[in-house]
Write a protein that binds this ligand. Sequence first.
Ligand SMILES: C[S@@+](CC[C@H](N)C(=O)[O-])C[C@H]1O[C@@H](n2cnc3c(N)ncnc32)[C@H](O)[C@@H]1O
Length: 306
Amino acid sequence: MSSADSSKDDTQALKSVRDLIRWGASEFARQQLTFGHGTDNALDEAFHLVLHALRLPADLPTLYLESRVTASERATVVELLRRRVDTRQPAAYLLGEIQFCGMPFYVDERVLVPRSPIAELIEAQFEPWVTQTPTRILDLCTGSGCIGIACAAEIEDAEVDLADIDAGALEVAQRNIDRHELGDRVKAIRSDLFKGLGKRKYDLIVSNPPYVPTAEWQALAPEYQREPKLALEAGADGMDIVERILREAPQHLDDGGLLICEVGGSVPEFEARWPDIPVSWPDFARGGDGVFAIPKADLVAWLKTR
Ligand SMILES: C[S@@+](CC[C@H](N)C(=O)[O-])C[C@H]1O[C@@H](n2cnc3c(N)ncnc32)[C@H](O)[C@@H]1O
């Protein structure tokens, strides 16, 4: 039974912004939705969708939650909340937008919904992991372009390449480059990892590649299955793409350069494959983990031992 059948027309009883948020949260809980694309619970998800649909700011003073909505506003909001239940699409796809590093990014089903903890490293301009502010940056496996574009916005002189194998993802990335008017310093390049990058070299390579083991990907909740498989799944232990990055990154790093790469919940798989690799694991104040950093010199020395 769809959410529309189960609630019939009793939504007429919803009068205020608060009523709509409360109803949405109850529907989301009743239908056992999964969260994790910007919010982590039913109430925050309903709050986010309702305020967005009513074109109200996320920091709306609570006084306005008591405001009455018009009949057409109620219909718009209820339709959006029902679409969230019926399609199981993450809110970001329904709204076509999500915030990353305090910037709005256009997103659709061609790209992963941005949520990488690497945002915190960008906001700190990668200190203390870099000795000098990076100015030639590669965002490898860029998707929406969120990581590379945020780097360019944070570090004013940086030139940034965004690389992805998927043409659809690169269209989204280009749209975000244009939106943030960064076309003079940020370029989207179609490339199977480093293959299409010629002899380009960088002082920082930052990547959130696919790293989910196949069996784990098959068991993901519908919201995660809405994201491109190419963005998530990476072989039996999830390390197929990471292995290529480790092997090929040194040829594209300047001396003194740094590789930063996310492996998320696949840290055990990473450590099982490469127990002796000398990486550091930054801590994140806002949550998240599974991002490693390794200087070029350490990576080269380690590769020689293999
Ligand atoms: C986990 S998503 C990351 C997207 C974005 N960087 C973010 O953090 O939201 C991984 C991206 O890697 C891309 N990808 C997968 N295999 C690739 C390959 N061999 N070469 C380049 N990009 C690849 C996918 O198309 C997808 O956009």
